[in-house]
Design a protein around this ligand. Sequence first.
Ligand code: GSH
Length: 202
Amino acid sequence: MLKLHGIKMSNYYSLAKAALLEKGIDFEEVNDPPSQDENFLTKSPMGKVPALQTEEGFVSESFAIIEYLETIQPEPALLPADPFARAKCIELCRHAELDVELVARRCLPAAFFGATASEETQKSTQKDLAKGIKAVSRLISDGEFATGDTFTAADLYIFYSFGLSGQIAQKMFGENILADAPAIAGLIERLSSRASIQAVSA
Ligand SMILES: N[C@@H](CCC(=O)N[C@@H](CS)C(=O)NCC(=O)O)C(=O)O
């Protein structure tokens, strides 16, 4: 059986867990915190979670995990079959992670762990975050889900990237990152009642 290694407070672990639940694949959870220990690095070379343990070995990086799950169990699909629609879905996943979540993370140690973020870091984070949010706003559909009328991996990336980023921005800048992004706010609201996401949050 597949084993998902990581910690429940990680948004990427939550994302991978929600993907497994969406697929209806049996899996076990292994509480395994991020670490730079040699043993952990053999599972996840950057020492990050999640890592998925398969019969053939470990896979790190949430998107690689989703791709793997999609291949071993194509239905229900988390990535569209049509090549262009698939590329657009992945484009949205990447922008949510790289241009929203990773930008906000620059201030994560200051927001939650008592570190200091320089004025310059705070300014560039706020500026780049606004840019990333606009990019996601431009790309999301006006349908029920991020890419249209079907739930995809893009919904997972948006839900879990914006969740953490919103908390960081609120703490650091007293800012609601969704104030000028009503379509994303509406999507996240709808997604929060999705069974897989509710099960992960429980
Ligand atoms: N790009 C990675 C990001 C994973 C990630 O950043 N995980 C965080 C927890 S949410 C982590 O393990 N951080 C520990 C560290 O950075 O050393 C993915 O998609 O899986």
